[in-house]
Design a binder for this molecule. Structure first.
Ligand SMILES: O=C(CO)[C@H](O)[C@H](O)COP(=O)(O)O
Length: 235
């Protein structure tokens, strides 16, 4: 039943999460993304387990936060060491372009999210319609995870690529640290003309350990908005 206090965005995230979980089959090993939409996926999976369905599904969490939620709800977990190839990953995104290229990392879990996505046979991205964008970078900066060692050099390099940099802080105002202990530089490039080219330049730079451009990784998208829930595949 829907909660009358639930905002439209949360309702769309929940509807998308519920539809996405329909793609999980018994016995699957499933990557569990991070962020509020992924939390709704984990909650849905736990609710189905409570009904005696999908009880043999095991998850690989992409962040400490997701791991803690899954454990608290009794969703069984495994690791990429145990299962280096996953059947399916369900994850959210911050921005999705018409080719289903993504910006991710709003929650800072981009590195593990990308490792898990690349280890998955299928990657299903789950979003509310507000995440759709004509061009990546229009709505969201590209999070770039850097080693603390030499981070100022990486910030200068990113500025030379045209970014306006914000070093991410946590809600308490302290420096944000990823689950790996690294820093996040949020890089506002504005609308990005050639995301592949930018991704290659970021990947060639020592000290940058991950970036939030997810290109060629989305197998499917579930998007929910005022018009209903839609399941899309790249064209
Ligand atoms: O990439 C992510 C975390 O690193 C999230 O998937 C992304 O930030 C979307 O978050 P939400 O579902 O809360 O809108």
């Amino acid at each position: 039943m829907s909660d009358p206090a639930e905002s439209d965005v949360v309702r769309f995230k929940r509807l998308a999460a519920e539809r996405a979980v329909d793609s999980i089959q018994p016995g699957m090993v499933v990557g569990l993304g991070s962020g509020s939409t992924s939390a709704l996926v984990v909650r849905r999976l736990a609710a189905l387990r409570g009904e005696g369905r999908l009880t043999d599904v095991v998850g690989v969490p992409t962040s400490v936060e997701t791991e803690q939620l899954a454990r608290a709800l009794g969703v069984p977990l495994t690791t990429l060491e145990e299962h280096p190839v996953l059947d399916l990953t369900l994850d959210g995104a911050d921005e999705v372009d018409p080719e289903l290229r993504l910006i991710k990392g709003g929650g800072g879990a981009l590195m593990r999210e990308k490792i898990v996505a690349q280890a998955s046979r299928r990657v299903l991205i789950v979003v509310d319609a507000g995440k759709l964008s004509p061009r990546l970078g229009t709505k969201w900066p590209v999070p770039v995870e850097v080693l603390p060692f030499g981070w100022r050099s990486q910030a200068l390099f990113l500025e030379q690529l045209g970014a306006r940099i914000t070093r991410r802080e946590g809600r308490d105002g302290a420096l944000f640290r990823t689950d790996q202990g690294n820093l996040i530089l949020d890089c506002a490039f504005g609308p990005i003309e050639r995301p592949e080219e930018l991704a290659s330049r970021l990947e060639a730079r020592a000290g940058i350990v991950a970036h939030g451009l997810f290109i060629g990784l989305t197998s499917e998208l579930v998007v929910a908005g005022p018009g209903g829930v839609e399941h899309r595949r790249p064209t």
